[in-house]
Design a protein around this ligand. Structure first.
Ligand code: MEV
Length: 440
């Protein structure tokens, strides 16, 4: 039975580790060694990571890879990706190369509006609440001026605030529903600070609003928070080419491929079981770039999947068609991203990623991230509708299996060569490594 502890966050890092390893591990020495193995040798860099969160005891590494040769609106990019799944970077690179010779990716930012809400209850006449909202609206803007000053100077800020009656859903429930333009910032802190100020002003002004009865004056603020559902912060990514240009080295016939590909997308449009996996493939690309560029992948995930269900049924984020001999594959997705603020100016690898991407604005990053998602989806569907996913996936996974066997460099080299012409399965690799070890 493990024990509880109070004041854990106040302990030094070594004391935290001592408590953890003594409480949970049979071999405390081994556990300590593993945790410390991941500490950075630069004390300054380690301290930076320690201070990102509370109770840091070590760092958790993910591979940081790059996928070159992405042509986006005619400009070349090498896209940084932080991800553990073996085949993702390889698939992205393959897609990039494929489309490089076929006109590249085309993208447009459709909209950049973000939403935040103050959720409150009010017991009284809705007409009076509407009157109050009209009278207080300009003060809501005025009282947030210190927060919005800099954002406004750069062309952003609060776009509008609306009063929403939600009493059909929950008794006495209303909202201030605000829209924001946060430019190059993801904007979570900006939006939440504005919302909390709206809530304060709204509540205090209600207390002195002449038309309200005593009960109506008692507006109860439930919470003030941005929404990660951003259907109006939308980007489109697309590839297209003549159907015959989809043929590659004579191995796939363009028309056969295009038709099967479109069918695969159609299936994901109508079948939620398939749509979830289809979209997961898209998120393989998206999350990897989001992580590498220091953005909030949980926010993006939540928003994207809500968008995929916006018509009341979970569906594919991407679409494909063949029209007049032209194959088109595209996707529109909501992405609230930042290239200033948050980790972007703090984490050295995030700074490096952004420089690698030509220091993009948030709008440019939206386009790059959408392309990474579409490229990943293209690669997955291409494998699925031709060779099947396992061939490429297991080839990439081979190194993981070899590492499980603690294969030497010689063994890795020999078996990588061997599996170029043989099917990779866990048992085939086990057999091959055992044979090799017997021989040597
Ligand atoms: C694996 O991480 C992602 C795929 O399953 C996506 C898909 O099925 O489209 C290959």
């Amino acid at each position: 039975m493990s024990k509880s502890i109070s004041g854990f966050s106040k302990l030094s890092k070594s004391k935290k580790i001592d408590w953890i390893v003594d409480t949970y591990f049979s071999n405390a020495e081994d556990a300590t060694r593993i945790l410390k193995q991941y500490w950075n040798s630069s004390e300054k860099l380690q301290q930076l990571h320690d201070e990102f969160i509370e109770n840091t005891i070590t760092n958790y590494y993910l591979p940081f890879g790059v996928a070159p040769n992405f042509s986006i609106n005619g400009k070349l990019y090498t896209i940084p990706m932080a991800i553990e799944e073996s085949s993702v970077v390889a698939a992205a690179s393959k897609s990039a190369k494929f489309w490089l010779d076929r006109g590249g990716f085309k993208t447009t930012v459709i909209s950049t509006t973000k939403i935040g809400q103050v959720h409150f209850t009010y017991k009284g006449d809705f007409e009076k609440l509407k009157q109050f909202f009209i009278s207080v609206k300009s003060k809501l803007f005025k009282d947030t001026e210190t927060i919005t000053k800099n954002m406004k100077k750069r062309g952003g800020g609060i776009i509008d605030i609306k009063l929403r009656d939600k009493t059909e859903d929950i008794e006495n429930y209303y909202q201030l529903h605000a829209s924001f333009e946060t430019l190059d910032a993801m904007g979570a802190n900006f939006i939440n600070s504005c919302l909390e100020q709206f809530a304060k002003t709204f509540k205090s002004e209600a207390l002195v609003f002449g038309l309200f009865s005593d009960e109506e004056k008692q507006i109860d603020i439930i919470m003030s928070i941005l929404s990660n559902y951003v259907p109006n912060c939308l980007v489109r990514a697309e590839v297209s080419c003549k159907v015959e240009d989809l043929s590659e080295n004579g191995s796939i016939l363009g028309e056969t491929f295009a038709n099967k590909f479109v069918q695969a997308v159609n299936i994901a449009e109508v079948e939620p079981y398939r749509a979830v996996t289809h979209n997961k493939g898209i998120m393989n690309g998206i999350d990897a770039v989001i992580l590498a560029t220091g953005n909030d992948f949980r926010a993006v995930e939540a928003g994207v999947h809500a968008y995929a269900s916006r018509r009341g049924k979970y569906s594919s984020l991407s679409h494909a068609k063949v029209e007049n001999g032209i194959f088109t594959f595209w996707m529109e997705i909501p992405l609230a991203l930042g290239t200033v603020g948050g980790l972007t100016g703090l984490h050295p690898l995030v700074k490096l990623s952004l420089e690698l991407l030509h220091k993009p604005s948030a709008k440019e990053l939206m386009q790059i991230v959408a392309v990474a998602g579409l490229a990943q989806n293209f690669a997955a569907l291409r494998s699925l509708t031709t060779t099947g996913i396992q061939e490429g996936h297991m080839k990439m996974h081979l190194m993981n299996i070899l590492n499980q066997f603690e294969a030497s460099d010689f063994e890795k080299q020999t078996l990588t060569e061997y599996f170029k012409n043989n099917t990779v399965t866990h048992s085939a690799v086990t057999e091959a490594i055992n044979n090799l070890r017997v021989k040597n």
